[in-house]
Design a binder for this molecule. Structure first.
Ligand code: SF4
Ligand code: FES
Length: 246
């Protein structure tokens, strides 16, 4: 495949940044989007140019590190897919592709396509844990969990903390991520001791950072590579009201 890439280059946080055009050729349609960028970076390195900085780690859709806005869509054109699992066959030969970092006030650009998602860590630190002793692996069913709750907690636990929901939201809200993390623990018996303090503290931390509020646009769930449903935001709001009324 032959492609024209328009990629965001930004030297550091203080730099204004700009789109730079690169032509790439000989890309396999079976290559992943990140492998295509690797090919370009190898060429730039050989030519003595600074390679393009972008985040990645597992490259198998589980770590949440990859974070590119491709043709205006976080994680690109395919639903329920991370950037690392997006393949070039989803694009047309000869296509022009725009590649940008997450655009959100809470995620400042560090360099090129890399953003600082430390705000998510601060939210987790404020309540995304349990105090129940875990010790060695317990016997199966030692703590009975209703099947419906276990299934729902599992869906919430699929959130990989990538931040695409924030990048897609016109308000820059982190509500989908926040609600998934709160629900994941709040649905299980082990998560009950901190259920109230968790929702109050995590929502407060979210609101104190540079995230916007949720106005139910639903863009987050469309962009989410794990298909985290909006119902968790409703569940979080219910828990917050309940806890703050005590
Ligand atoms: S809710 Fe979805 S889009 Fe948001 S951080 Fe979690 S996995 Fe990523
Ligand atoms: S690199 Fe880990 S989810 Fe994409």
């Amino acid at each position: 495949m032959k492609l024209k890439l328009r990629i965001w280059r930004q030297t550091n946080a203080a730099d204004k940044g700009r789109m730079v055009t690169y032509d790439v050729d000989g890309i396999s349609e079976d290559a992943s989007f990140l492998e295509m960028l690797d090919v370009l970076n190898e060429r730039l390195t050989v030519e003595g140019e600074e390679p393009i900085a972008f985040d990645h780690d597992c490259r198998e859709g589980i770590c949440g590190m990859c974070s590119l806005v491709i043709n205006g869509q976080p994680h690109g054109p395919e639903r329920n897919t991370t950037t690392c699992q997006l393949h070039m066959r989803k694009f047309k030969d000869g296509e022009t592709i725009d590649v940008e970092p997450w655009r959100a006030k809470a995620f400042p650009v560090v360099k090129d396509l890399v953003v600082d998602r430390g705000a998510f860590d601060k939210i987790i630190e404020s309540g995304g844990y349990i105090s129940a002793p875990t010790g060695t692996a317990p016997d199966a069913h030692a703590t009975p969990v209703p099947k419906a709750d276990a299934d729902k907690a599992f869906v919430a636990a699929e959130c990989i903390g990538c931040g695409a929901c924030v990048a897609a939201c016109p308000n820059g809200s982190g509500s989908l991520f926040l609600s998934a993390k709160i629900s994941h623990l709040g649905l299980l018996p082990q998560g009950q001791p901190e259920r109230d303090s968790r929702v109050l503290n995590m929502v407060k931390t979210h609101d104190d950072l540079d995230f916007g509020g949720c106005t139910n646009t639903g863009e987050c769930t469309v962009a989410c590579p794990k298909g985290i449903p909006l119902e968790f935001i409703g569940r979080m709001n219910h828990d917050w009201l309940h806890a703050s009324g005590k």
